[in-house]
Write a protein that binds this ligand. Structure first.
Ligand code: NAP
Length: 238
């Protein structure tokens, strides 16, 4: 009998993470909302009920030591396994000027907080999920990265965010290499510029479009790629 897959998505109370959960659930995957404020997670889950989708919420603050391990353990308690991990939670706090923020205005605090959430968060979640995925001999890890982290197209603006996404890409390669062998696939993706709180109202993509490649990577067949970086379901340069 085919196994029903389960998924944990960080930062899934809103934006692209929420849309990834919705799309996974529509495919019949038992997706779980990871949210640092569980009330917001529950409010998001409530909006899916009219579709007949009932999603559990687990507390997950990727900055908090131990939270990732507790969230993974909670998914295992609810569903008995964890097949898919989507590292979606992230912050963009470069200032002043947001996307125009200069390296020469960057404070240690901004860089430290950005790396904590955007890099250390995914490290913690991968470390927590990998033993279970190894035991199951199955796993799909998707790191929501950004074109802003591409070394091949690196430029000025929001330096802390850029560096954190380049580092997340490095983590993708390292984890894919250590977990390689076919059963566990680790890939990074760029959703494009998406209309969320982070992307703002002028972005050219809907959350539905932004989530598509992540969902595709989360459900790759055994013959699918690992250690890659994708946008619109196609490989892009690191
Ligand atoms: P968003 O609307 O700002 O949502 C970010 C999510 O991350 C929220 O659920 C937020 O939770 C959560 N989060 C932040 N810090 C957290 C923490 N310490 N622990 C747990 N959750 C935390 O952003 P988005 O646009 O959906 O972005 C999703 C992903 O896509 C991010 O990785 C982002 O870098 C990437 N991305 C976005 C765009 C874009 O144009 N939007 C482009 C390229 C890449 P709270 O509600 O509690 O704050």
């Amino acid at each position: 009998m085919a196994v029903t897959r389960t998924a944990l998505v960080s930062g899934a109370n809103r934006g692209i993470g929420f849309e990834i959960v919705r799309q996974l659930a529509r495919l019949g995957i038992l997706a779980v909302i990871g949210a640092r404020d569980t009330r917001e997670g529950l409010a998001a889950a409530e909006t899916l009920k009219p579709e007949g989708i009932d999603i559990p919420v687990v507390a997950l603050d990727v900055n908090e030591e131990g939270s990732a391990a507790r969230a993974v353990a909670e998914v295992k308690r609810i569903y008995g396994r964890l097949d898919i991990l989507v590292n979606n939670a992230a912050i963009l706090i470069d200032a002043p000027g947001g996307f125009k923020a200069s390296l020469f205005d960057l404070t240690s605090d901004t860089l430290r907080r950005t790396m904590e959430t955007n890099l250390l968060g995914p490290v913690r979640l991968i470390q927590a999920a990998a033993p279970l995925m190894r035991e199951q001999a199955y796993g799909r890890i998707v790191n929501i990265s950004s074109g802003a982290g591409q070394l091949s197209d690196m430029g000025s603006g929001y330096p802390a965010y850029r560096m954190s996404k380049t580092a997340l890409n490095a983590l993708t390669r390292i984890a894919a290499s250590e977990l390689g062998g076919g059963d566990i696939k680790v890939n990074a993706m760029c959703p494009g510029w998406v209309r969320t709180e982070m992307g703002g109202p002028d972005a050219d993509r809907s959350p539905e479009e932004g989530a598509d490649t992540a969902v595709w990577l989360a459900t790759l067949p055994d013959t699918g790629p690992t250690g890659g970086f994708f946008r619109d379901r196609k490989p892009i340069a690191w």
